[in-house]
Ligand binder design. Structure first.
Ligand code: ATP
Ligand code: MG
Length: 338
């Protein structure tokens, strides 16, 4: 059945609800450079999903490249099945997205993704501050386990950051957004594109040198871990000129920590030693995934699923309350300007 007839025929559409490819569209969950992500409900099964809709007409002159990136994203996600990697359930390369009201439709690529009910890890760090050692270790282990599968399949994420680490309804981590992933490179081939988000980028990526995708992902994973434990980032960017990066580059991790400990005095000592293996400017000297699994910090306490759900549920209430307060403030400001 075509998307257009779904729109006309289904009871949901008759009730004025927008429908795309058999999914009733709900609220906006997030937005990225590639388009909006909406809540969707499968009209046949009632299952809730996230609908990532990418407007083909907004791809402009860069369309061929963007379509290539999208195909890469799809290929990466389809080949990876892991409890900590967001599952791709359905793809339509050309779907008709119903605009609001009677403004017709637009042509989009539609991905139906497993719904991450818990939202972005970023929101928790932003609204509830740093995590304790046990929560940080639990999430880091989940992230590393997901990355290990990616790397073993020759897939490098290249955009690891808390906005792309989502949480499911039980607050287990789901690696998302493979839009920048490098796929099917020979394992020993170097990546050459400068992609990612600056504060999370490895120094060799910033320097636009050919780089080892696995080692670059581990640097970014280290940045995420640092933020989980400190509540702020370790570097502005890993490039000469950045005081924090210069300390690391000249092997003065002692200076790096002394300065950071002024604002994060409780940063666990063993985690500092662990991060010293990741924050190594020369990627050939940087720890590998195996080195990380074997480190003493990784052997510490890990929260079981039910425990993690319980502590994060508590944080979730705080996140929701703060987001609500922010929205109310924004509405207040809006009214004041009318
Ligand atoms: P960017 O390139 O800016 O990171 P993007 O266009 O590649 O964004 P995503 O990162 O995949 O898009 O999604 C954007 C946001 O939408 C996420 O940060 C998240 O808040 C929300 N989102 C994406 N997928 C899901 C999902 N499966 N469940 C819940 N929310 C989601
Ligand atoms: Mg993203």
């Amino acid at each position: 059945m075509s998307a257009v007839s779904m729109q006309v025929d289904t009871p949901a559409a008759q009730q004025g609800q927008r429908v795309i490819e058999g999914y009733a569209m709900g609220k906006t969950l997030g937005a990225g450079i590639q388009g909006k992500v909406k809540l969707g409900v499968n009209l046949q099964t009632g299952q809730r999903v996230a609908l990532k809709c990418m407007d083909k007409n907004k791809m402009g002159r860069d369309r061929t490249r963007q379509m290539e990136m999208l195909e890469r994203e799809i290929q990466a996600m389809e080949s990876l099945q892991h409890p900590n990697i967001l599952n791709l359930q359905h793809v339509t390369m050309s779907a008709q997205y119903p605009r609001k009201g009677t403004k017709g439709t637009k042509d989009v690529v539609l991905l139906a993704l497993e719904l991450a009910e818990g939202g972005e890890l970023f929101d928790y760090l932003m609204h509830t501050g740093a995590f304790g050692d046990d929560i940080a270790r639990t999430y880091f282990r989940q992230m590393l386990s997901a990355l290990e599968l990616c790397h073993n399949n020759g897939i490098y994420h290249r955009d690891l950051k808390p906005e792309n680490l989502l949480l499911d309804a039980n607050f287990q981590l789901k690696l998302a957004d493979f839009g920048l992933a490098a796929v099917n490179l020979e394992m020993d081939t170097l990546c050459h594109t400068c992609v990612g988000t600056k504060s999370y980028m490895a120094p060799e990526v910033m320097a636009r040198q050919g780089y080892d995708g696995a080692k670059a992902d581990l640097w970014s994973a280290g940045v995420v871990l640092f933020i989980m434990l400190a509540g702020c980032p370790p570097f502005q960017q890993a490039a000469p000129g950045d005081w924090w990066y210069n300390a690391v580059r000249s092997n003065r991790h002692d200076k790096f920590w002394m300065a950071h400990l002024r604002s994060a005095p409780d940063f666990p000592k063993l985690a500092q030693e662990f991060l010293n293996l990741i924050f190594v400017a020369d990627s050939s000297q940087r720890a590998s995934i195996d080195d990380l699994w074997n480190h003493q910090w990784m052997q510490g306490r890990v929260l079981q699923e039910a425990e993690l759900t319980e502590v994060m549920q508590e944080k979730n209430r705080e996140v929701e309350a703060r987001k609500e307060a922010e929205l109310a403030r924004a509405r207040e400001i809006g009214r004041a300007h009318v």
